[in-house]
Write a protein of this length. Structure first.
Length: 263
């Protein structure tokens, strides 16, 4: 069995960041493995560890050279090998939309022929929560979204998935399938020193769009980044100084001034 796990490098901002036009300068940006994808990797690795059969876990990332640090982190968590897709046409896009990501991942699926695709429910930066489901439709796989429990056998999987309003659904999904994994389904492992060392020796295959049989136009996006700004705070915060008693007195006075507790 082969399990393909799409992995995204997401950006986070330092506390003192500044905005310049429609971008944040590099010195204010840090990168990490997407939280939801971390759970998807762990689920794939647990399936491999629990299986008596030969199971290979392959990650795929659409990202520049910089993303290899994030990819190595996934490999250090016991993924077997990785695929990284990048191209000048992708680099020229300020924002890669779901349709473009889906077409690229569809080509990788055709190349890798996985039995199961486990993606995170969403990415922590854009939060589209659509790529996994769109990919399932493109490759004509059955799918289950927002999966919180997964019990796999040779031909199908019994899943528990989260719906709106706290409702859960139990379903059986035939393989091959795409499943989007929700946080909390497991406890992602830390990358051990041994795993980090081993990750340096694991394969990362590099593909351009041409390598995947895709035209540069696949990277054309229907989305455009038109503005970026730091949201203004909607309310002021008042800090109370002193010991616990003094703070309690100040809080009580503030609440009285606001009319809290008045009949």
């Amino acid at each position: 069995m082969k399990i393909l796990v799409p992995v995204k490098e997401v950006s986070t901002l330092t506390d003192d960041f500044q905005v310049s036009g429609t971008a944040v300068p590099d010195q204010y940006v840090e990168y990490d493995l997407n939280e939801w994808d971390d759970y998807a990797i762990e689920e794939a690795v647990q399936i491999k560890e629990a299986s008596d059969d030969d199971v290979e876990v392959v990650t795929v990332t659409i990202g520049p050279d910089r993303a290899e640090e994030t990819i190595r982190m996934a490999l250090a968590k016991e993924a077997d090998r990785a695929v990284r897709v990048w191209d000048d046409a992708i680099e020229g896009q300020a924002l890669l939309d779901v349709a473009a990501k889906t077409r690229i991942l569809e080509a990788v699926v055709e190349e890798e022929a996985p039995d199961l695709v486990l993606s995170g429910v969403q990415a922590g930066d854009d939060a589209f929560a659509a790529t996994g489901v769109a990919l399932a439709d493109a490759i004509d796989f059955q799918h289950a979204a927002v999966v919180t429990s997964l019990d796999l056998d040779e031909e199908s999987a019994d899943v528990r998935r989260e719906l709106e309003g706290g409702v859960e659904e139990l379903a059986t999904v035939d393989l091959p399938a795409v499943m989007t994994i929700q946080t909390g389904i497991n406890e992602p492992r830390y990358a051990s020193l041994r795993g980090i060392r081993q990750a340096q020796q694991k394969e990362i295959a590099h593909y351009s769009l041409d390598d995947l049989g895709l035209d540069a136009s696949v990277a054309d996006s229907a989305l455009a980044l038109t503005d970026m700004y730091e949201p203004e705070t909607e309310a002021d915060t008042e800090y109370f100084e002193g010991g616990a008693g003094e703070q309690a007195d100040q809080l009580a006075e503030t609440l009285r001034d606001l009319g809290v507790g008045e009949a």
